[in-house]
Design a protein around this ligand. Structure first.
Ligand code: A2P
Length: 315
């Protein structure tokens, strides 16, 4: 398995396990199976509602000597209602308690969408504007977490070029990772180029199109990524699955990726994608199926009289 050097002595396994939508009751088994298969990078978040159960899985894995803490790369994310410098340390400490860890390898601002405490985000007054609650203030909280050793790296998620640029110009410790949707239908070329130039590693979420999203996060007539005919042709030629072709394509672009699965066969299949090598021709064919279309489109943050528009969410 390839690793990306985030910085000296901090190595990020290119393929990890996603846990968004993995229900308590399934996620512990998925994490244990994944680590036994060789996964070393686990992506979590407070809002996924399953960190306690993942913590139980880590505890078992360490107690049974299956893996050592320092062999794993564990990410978590600050939820929207904990933006603001003073809220970050309590939030990361809660996540560490839930995950039964002393430190994270990476802590991310989940969305550039600050919200009031326990707000659902369904009404305009659930949100702060970015003027009221600037990212650079929240970032100071992440910098403190880093300085205290609660996390080895800090970064963001769902940030576009303009917001990244602002943060790079207004921070003492620079973000090393930006986790965003990335798949053959949403290839993120401009953002990838910007990140490469600025020493920011991209992580691809929803690499397989996240077909298990809740209905309210789906739109009508979505294209079916896992049935794409070009991907199917390549998969047939390589004697592998479409999911494996997608995951190999992302890794070959030097981008880290976190497919979610709670199924043992699919976990293994996804893990083995790192052994597949696509030809230049195959890479080009996949480049041509870009639809510039998000599955996780951010529409859920747009409410009547609210502070956000689709343009300013993603800029
Ligand atoms: P399951 O958890 O039952 O395996 P994403 O990573 O883009 O969010 O996609 C996750 C969805 O894709 C889940 O529904 C997951 O189901 C499914 N999935 C994960 N791996 C594969 C695979 N190799 N082939 C087909 N579907 C997969």
């Amino acid at each position: 398995m390839k690793h990306i050097e985030l910085r000296k002595n901090s190595s990020f396994p290119i393929l990890g396990l996603g846990t968004w939508k993995s229900a308590p009751g399934e996620v512990s088994n998925a994490v244990i199976e994944a680590v036994k298969m060789g996964y070393r990078h686990i992506d979590c978040a407070a809002i996924y509602g399953n960190e306690k159960e993942i913590g139980e899985a880590f505890s078992q894995l360490f107690k049974q000597g299956i893996v050592k803490r320092e062999e794993l790369f564990i990410t978590s994310k600050l939820w929207n209602d904990n933006h603001g410098e003073k809220n970050v340390l309590p939030a990361i400490k809660q996540t560490l308690t839930d995950l039964q860890l002393d430190y994270l390898d990476l802590y991310l601002i989940h969305w550039p969408v600050p919200m009031k405490k326990n707000a659902a985000g369904s009404h305009a007054n659930d949100f702060y504007t970015l003027e009221e609650m600037p990212i650079k203030e929240t970032w100071k909280g992440l910098e403190s977490a880093y300085k205290l050793g609660l996390t080895k790296n800090i970064g963001v998620s769902n940030f576009g070029v303009k917001k990244l640029n602002n943060l790079l110009n207004n921070s003492e410790i620079k973000p090393l990772v930006n986790q965003v949707e990335l798949n053959p239908y949403f290839q993120q070329e401009e953002l990838a180029e910007y990140c490469t130039k600025n020493n920011i590693t991209l992580t691809a979420y929803s690499p397989l199109g996240s077909n298990d999203r809740p209905a309210n996060l789906k739109s009508e007539n979505e294209p079916k990524l896992l049935e794409d005919t070009t991907l199917m042709e390549i998969a047939n030629a390589k004697n592998c699955s479409i999911a494996q072709v997608i995951l190999a394509w992302i890794q070959q672009r030097g981008i880290t990726v976190i497919p979610k699965s709670v199924n043992k066969n699919r976990l293994l299949q996804n893990f083995q994608s790192s052994e597949i090598e696509l030809t230049n021709e195959e890479m080009k064919k996949i480049k041509n199926i870009n639809k510039n279309r998000r599955f996780v489109d951010g529409e859920f943050w747009i409410v009547e009289n609210g502070p956000h528009t689709i343009e300013n969410i993603w800029e």
